[in-house]
Write a protein that binds this ligand. Structure first.
Ligand code: 5GP
Length: 202
């Protein structure tokens, strides 16, 4: 019997390096990265259908109306949301589904899917976060300020998550994330399959 995959919600302030950590673990095919929809403009190098589904506000609102979003939130003047169907299909196929979403959306998932696991990625400090956002150079100064303001509020909500890890050194952060997921795979609350399999093989 195949068990359902884990629903793993990952949040962290803009610039904390979530994307880099996730890119490492996504090399393993047991994971499925949920591609979000957004109304923000694509950054240079971002590809529609790969990084995000870039939608107009009208199209996004139509999807909300048709119950096509598992969750959505408004963040820095744009909508961001998780298309429902691929998440449900992939969990059913036994894949671990990763949602890289901000805190309001994560809390909506907590209400709807209490079995999901919530992981918060912290920068080593706010000072370092500012440095990383400036270095990325993809946002204007006022957007960076907005994102830094947002970051402090978001970090204060990290207490609501199941786990928090610091992204100081990448390889340590990746190992920490994989350790959390492995522990959840072995958590009997998520699956009794290992025991059942032993008992069935008499
Ligand atoms: P960015 O504009 O930097 O790509 O994303 C801004 C924030 O929106 C990040 O914290 C990111 O995790 C979050 N985000 C991305 N996709 C979704 C989504 O589908 N739902 C929600 N609630 N937040 C999202």
């Amino acid at each position: 019997m195949m068990s359902k995959g884990l629903l793993i919600v990952v949040s962290g302030p803009s610039g904390c390096g979530k994307g880099t950590i996730l890119a490492e673990i996504l090399k393993d095919e047991k994971f499925f990265y949920s591609i979000s929809a957004t109304t923000r403009n694509a950054r240079p190098g971002e590809v529609d259908g790969v990084n995000y589904h870039f939608l107009t506000k009208d199209k996004f609102e139509e999807l909300i109306e048709n119950d096509g979003m598992l969750e959505y939130a408004s963040y820095c003047d744009n909508y961001y949301g998780t298309p429902r169907k691929p998440v449900e299909d992939m969990l059913e196929q036994g894949k671990h589904v990763i949602l890289e979403i901000e805190v309001q959306g994560a809390m909506k998932i907590k209400e709807k899917c209490p079995e999901a696991k919530f992981i918060f990625i912290l920068p080593p400090s706010l000072k370092e976060l500012r440095r990383r956002l400036n270095k990325r150079g993809t946002e204007s100064d006022d957007v960076i300020e907005k994102r830094l303001n947002e970051a402090t509020g978001e970090i204060k909500q990290a207490y609501k998550y199941d786990y928090a890890l610091v992204n100081g050194e990448l390889s340590i952060a990746v190992d920490d994330l994989l350790a959390i997921i492995r522990a959840e795979e072995l958590n009997l609350k998520n699956s009794n399959n290992i025991i059942d399999e032993v008992l069935e093989n008499a």
